[in-house]
Design a protein around this ligand. Structure first.
Ligand code: FDA
Ligand code: NAD
Length: 436
């Protein structure tokens, strides 16, 4: 059958983890023609975090090929030529609509079939949409989401068409905060709306959130908290969004709306075929699923987080990269009949907004202390927070840290030193981590 192609290894998905997995395959030794990557995107794997940051910059925005993987971790930039030279088949604009694990076959939307010996699922996440909850008018024009480069391009066109217009940002998580800042830098009049009592409640303490909310207010961003969107009204002549009605009855004018209300791991192709856990595909510490020829990496994997002795899923780029490398090492080790260490991941999240930059390592459990200058009006604010559970430091956050300082808080989160007195710890602040 001419429409059937076989590969020893297939990576399904062409995002961050796919790119890092491809690189790791070449490090481990790959024969030409052994590996295929199948992606519904039109471009080779790139560092997705750029889309809500440099890509949206009005001045000298970053554009591909600048941010193809693996530049985000200081590695080689993998251009289309690289895949060709390595004999890796990159199938772009190719969506898989059916996966059959029993016959090891993937079917594309145009009916082509790919067969594999080993499959790596790297499908990432998709956005949760307001239409999913039946919010009225949520399909109006100029309501944007951000996941892929095509979404970012649509958003940029929208911004160009509505210069100095009004932007309403729905959601106070990562996308809300990063895109809210980017819209303001683009000179739009920005209002953020989210249901929570403060932004990023899954990670931020009220103190940390108060700093960023104050900083945003100072940049002229309006924040409406504790309420959600119930309806959009569009212009009847062109279908473009015009008003956002909130649950509390308030109505906001809007030329564009950007929604960031969370992601959902793309596991649906494999429902009932692999074991799932906590919304993702369950893996072991080598990213092998319940089926021995199938691996899952990045956002979709629910893996044993050794440090905390718990199954978890992580939707951040550092884990996408490292899980990819771990899975490929494990696949090759299996072939050579050798063993490798189990994945032992220290959670690491970060964000950059305006001139700010924060990093978080570890687990945000227990009591917290804040230290340093967290006045949003300061010229050079610099502050942090520790999370303390059962007498040990479990997590550490730092805004405005140097490389050395960031490494120090990472080490604390990894080693979990004991602390006696929380007041002392707050007073010591960063020096606690630096001398630990
Ligand atoms: P990823 O989403 O990168 O790739 C999945 C790929 O699979 C996509 O190319 C998709 O098209 C493809 N695909 C899915 N289903 C398919 C199918 N059926 N057929 C074919 N192809 C299919 N994290 C962080 O730590 N710091 C940060 O600053 C940011 N910033 C950031 C900004 C934005 C805008 C987003 C959306 C996300 C971030 N993240 C982040 C999160 C981070 O980017 C994310 O965790 C990784 O990209 C996950 O990598 P994956 O490879 O798992 O999925
Ligand atoms: P998120 O989970 O970070 O935030 C979702 C936010 O949506 C919540 O904080 C809440 O305020 C809000 N919300 C939830 N339901 C709502 C509703 N019905 N109406 C209004 N608001 C609602 O998700 P996100 O910001 O959309 O990010 C999507 C994905 O991209 C995540 O996986 C995230 O980790 C990733 N991402 C990460 C970074 C980073 O690490 N710096 C940056 C951008 C995106």
């Amino acid at each position: 059958e001419s429409h059937v192609k076989f590969f020893r290894y297939i990576i399904l998905g062409g995002g961050v983890s796919a790119g890092y997995a491809a690189k790791e395959f070449t490090r481990q030794g790959l024969q030409r023609g052994e590996l295929a990557i199948i992606s519904k995107e039109a471009v080779a794997p790139y560092e997705r975090p750029a889309l809500s940051k440099g890509y949206l910059s009005p001045k000298r925005p970053s554009r591909l090929p600048d941010f193809h993987v693996c530049v985000g971790s200081g590695g080689q930039r993998l251009l289309l030529e690289w895949y060709r030279e390595e004999g890796i088949s990159l199938f772009l604009n190719t969506e898989i609509v059916k996966a059959d694990i029993s016959s090891k076959a993937l079917t594309t939307s145009t009916g082509r079939i790919f067969k594999y010996q080993t499959l790596i699922i790297a499908t990432g996440s998709t956005v949760i949409k307001l239409t999913d909850f039946g919010v009225k008018g949520a399909d109006a024009k100029n309501i944007f989401y951000l996941r892929e480069i095509s979404d970012a391009n649509r958003l940029i066109e929208g911004v160009k068409a509505k210069r100095k217009g009004k932007a309403v940002i729905v959601g106070g998580g990562y996308i809300g905060l990063e895109v809210g800042a980017a819209m303001r830098i683009n000179n739009l009049d920005v209002t953020m709306v989210y249901p929570d009592t403060w932004c990023m409640p899954r990670l931020f303490t009220s103190d940390i959130a108060a700093f960023y909310e104050g900083y945003y207010a100072n940049k002229g961003i309006k924040i409406v908290k504790g309420t959600s969107v119930v309806e959009f009204n569009a212009n009847s002549n062109n279908g473009e969004v015009k008003e956002v009605t909130l649950k509390d009855g308030k109505v906001l004018q809007a030329d564009i709306v950007v929604v960031g209300i969370g992601g959902r791991p793309l596991t649906s192709l494999f429902k009932g075929q692999v074991v799932e856990d906590k919304g993702g595909i369950k893996t072991d510490g080598f990213f092998k699923t319940s089926i021995s020829s199938v691996y899952a990496i990045g956002d979709v994997a629910t893996f044993p987080m050794k440090m905390y002795d718990e199954m978890r899923r992580v939707e951040h780029v550092d884990h996408a990269r490292k899980s990819a490398e771990q899975a490929v090492k494990a696949i090759k080790a299996d072939e050579y009949g050798v063993s490798i260490e189990e994945y032992d991941y220290l959670p690491y999240f970060y964000s950059r907004i305006f001139d700010l930059s924060w990093k978080f390592y570890g687990d945000n459990v227990g009591e917290t202390v804040i230290f340093g200058d967290h006045n949003p009006l300061s010229k050079e604010p610099k502050f942090g927070s520790y999370w303390i559970h059962m007498g040990k430091v479990k997590g550490a956050f730092l805004e405005g840290g140097t490389n050395e300082e960031n490494e120090a808080i990472a080490k604390v989160a990894r080693e979990q030193p004991r602390v006696g007195n929380l007041e002392e710890l707050a007073k010591e602040g960063l020096s606690f981590a630096l001398k630990a």
